[in-house]
Design a protein around this ligand. Structure first.
Ligand code: ATR
Length: 275
């Protein structure tokens, strides 16, 4: 009996993940016989699970918190972008059991921005990033790759922003969190990568009155879809792009690799995931 190809998302907690809805929708839309499930995995069980999944018919997996960094040690091949970011979110299991690790977060970020703001030009001016966690790292690499001339970072814990500057160098500067609004003066691309504004988290309190009207503003928080950060940017006249698309687009390369069909990210996909 041949098994249907399986993929899934591994993390802990995992019940909140939207990835099963996303991939399930795509499998159905393209009439692909396959399965995609959420797999709850503790840190202790990570290696054993990774060795076991291919035996259960898994051809790949997405990886979410808290395993994005630790999963790297079990990979046999790691893409340059995953190495640079220091984390992986997309695994492919080879038939011989080898694990191929990639990071598509930066791709997802960029594809979302390009879809939501088609006229956005990365080279038009500096980018300003709030936050310096794992997501900021992936976004920073993607922005630098796209040719953004200067990237300004502000983070509550300044040392984490300084560490990003130490790793990625020349084009990056750091501004203190209490002065974060000053990085908006010249910024053409503005990104919130903190958890501020998410349902259940604290509010985003940095004033946005220094935002340029021609800045493109995006948030990685997608619950709520229109965060107070994006609403404030809209009030300043800026074009905004919500964070749901980043999640949807980051799933594209994995789905294509596993199931052989490049899936669309469109309004129907958004609605399927939100339903
Ligand atoms: P991720 O990997 O998703 O980016 P993370 O590494 O936990 O998640 O990063 C969360 C980001 O939100 C960090 O930049 C964090 O700032 P610190 O480095 O100072 O922790 C930021 N953040 C979370 N809560 C915050 C708060 N109340 N005020 C300001 N920044 C906050």
């Amino acid at each position: 009996m041949t098994q249907i190809p399986r993929a899934g998302v591994i993390g802990n907690p995992i019940s909140h993940s939207l990835s099963p809805k996303l991939h399930g929708y795509w499998l159905n839309r393209y009439g692909i016989e396959g399965a995609y499930t959420a797999v709850k995995v503790t840190e202790d069980a990570l290696e054993e699970t990774l060795r076991d999944l291919p035996k259960q018919g898994f051809i790949g997996a997405n990886v979410t918190l808290p395993h994005k960094t630790s999963v790297m040690q079990f990979a046999d091949n790691i893409t340059d972008r995953a190495t640079l970011i220091g984390a992986a979110n997309t695994l492919t299991f080879k038939e011989d059991g080898r694990i191929f690790a990639d990071n598509t977060d930066g791709y997802g970020f960029m594809a979302n921005l390009r879809q939501g703001a088609p006229d956005w030009d990365p080279k038009s001016g500096p980018a300003a990033i709030f936050g310096a966690g794992g997501a900021a790292r992936a976004i920073l690499v993607a922005l630098a790759d796209a040719g953004v001339p200067e990237i300004i970072i502000s983070n509550r814990t300044r040392a984490k922003a300084e560490a990003l500057r130490a790793d990625f160098g020349a084009r990056i500067s750091v501004i203190d969190w209490v002065q974060a609004d000053h990085m908006l003066e010249d910024a053409k691309t503005v990104i919130n990568t903190t958890s501020l504004g998410m349902v259940g988290a604290q509010d985003f309190k940095v004033p946005l009155n220094r935002l340029r009207k021609d800045a493109v503003v995006t948030d990685i928080v997608y619950n709520p879809l229109k965060t107070p950060f994006l609403l404030a940017a809209e009030e300043q006249g800026c074009l905004t792009v919500d964070g749901l698309g980043m999640l949807l687009h980051q799933g594209v390369p994995g789905f294509e690799r596993w199931f052989g069909q490049r899936p669309e990210v469109d309004e129907a996909t958004r609605q399927a995931v939100l339903s």
